[in-house]
Design a protein around this ligand. Structure first.
Ligand SMILES: [Zn+2]
Length: 378
């Protein structure tokens, strides 16, 4: 094999939009991609792609060797409380603190983080994922951490003289900070979804802690004011639960929280024409305060679709429950085994391009939304 530069088809967002916007018989990307015979020079661009940044920095062979595939899936972990316990101190499997594994030992959580790193995963912000902005080094895969409920996630022990917080080293953020110091290229970050009780450190301390968090690379999102199951609620109840929580966040960290809702109990699982009230999760007004949400998260079981593919649904983003079940039943190990067995998103290192094997879009409609990025197939 000679190492000729990539014979890639680059579609501008415009061109793709034209192709997917209702024309039935347009050529599909995969049908026109990769014909090395007929494409002597590296790339084809359309007039709409006038950016000056270099588009193709790798050959098809290099993409293939690294398994680059940005239509594959991303693990979004759902954690709850992290307890100061060793695994052998619990009655349950692995690092589970309760029978269902919603809460995790500090020993297991730290081991999880080291495991994701060693398997070639690097962290990124959930909000960037929702924006289709996936900035992970070439050949690596994104992993996203989320925490629901706030309890035992950020346990404050006091304040240093310079105003920085002292965390319990066994709570979630204590362990995250330790790992952050150890692995500078891990890009440690997480999104914490809170209720009106916040992190339980008392309002004054929580206000200071939350400001420190958003200033130090962590995100805070909406888990409803009272941890209410929104499925079954009226429009007004939803506006109150979602709107009041946004209002609290706006008061504490104005404009610095993420407009994403982690749905308590993963409910509702879907929004249909019969349930228009659930649209209030995404747009509403409470007590004179208007809000919008960009996405909502389900409760866990499995990997999330890439935001670029047809089955991705920003109203029902899937997560993986951070628990142990001997490598079965969609526990962490089971999910990562599935991901590592050909299902994982592997980055091309450039957030402005979407790269994947042409065969992965052979149906022509698996790639659905480019978020304005350029598309390269190999
Ligand atoms: Zn919850």
């Amino acid at each position: 094999m000679n190492k000729r530069k990539l014979t890639a088809l680059i579609l501008s967002a415009l061109m793709l939009a034209a192709m997917t916007a209702g024309c039935k018989k347009e050529p599909q990307p995969s049908e026109t991609a990769i014909t090395s015979e007929s494409a002597p020079s590296a790339i084809q661009t359309t007039e709409a792609t006038t950016e000056t940044t270099p588009l193709v920095t790798y050959s098809a062979e290099e993409y293939s060797a690294a398994g680059v595939n940005e239509l594959n899936s991303v693990p979004i972990l759902m954690y709850h409380r992290i307890y100061d316990m060793r695994n052998d101190e619990t009655e349950y499997t692995g690092g589970n603190v309760d029978i269902d594994g919603y809460n995790r030992t500090s020993e297991a959580f730290e081991a999880d983080l080291r495991s994701y790193y060693s398997q070639g995963y690097r962290m990124m912000r959930l909000s960037d994922f929702v924006d289709g902005n996936i900035d992970v080094a070439f050949g690596y895969s994104p992993v996203i951490l989320t925490f629901d409920d706030g309890i035992r996630d950020v346990v404050l022990e006091g304040w240093n003289e310079d105003g920085t917080p002292i965390f319990d080293p066994t709570c979630a953020i204590g362990i995250l900070e330790k790992i952050k110091a150890e692995y500078p290229d891990y890009n440690v970050t997480a999104t914490f979804f809170v209720n009106s009780s916040l992190f339980g450190n008392g309002e004054e301390d929580d206000r200071r802690v939350m400001q420190w968090m958003v200033d130090n690379g962590y995100d805070i999102g909406n888990h409803t004011r009272d941890h209410v199951k929104l499925g079954g609620c009226t429009a007004e109840e939803i506006e109150m639960q979602v709107g009041a929580m946004y209002k609290i966040l706006e008061d504490i960290i104005p404009g610095q929280y993420v407009n994403i809702v982690a749905l308590p109990f993963g409910s509702p699982e879907s929004i249909t024409d019969e349930t228009p009230q659930y649209r209030k999760i995404f747009e509403g007004t409470y007590d004179g305060f208007s809000y919008t949400s960009r996405a909502s998260l389900l409760c866990a079981w499995t990997r999330a679709y890439s935001p670029f593919v047809r089955d991705y649904d920003y109203t029902a983003i899937r997560r993986i429950r951070g628990y142990d079940h001997n490598g079965t039943d969609f526990d962490i190990e089971d999910n990562f085994n599935q991901l590592n067995n050909g299902r994982r998103y592997i980055s091309d290192g450039n957030p402005d391009t979407i790269v994947f094997p042409a065969s992965d879009n052979s149906s022509g409609d698996w790639l659905k939304d480019t978020y304005g990025h350029q598309v390269i197939t190999y």
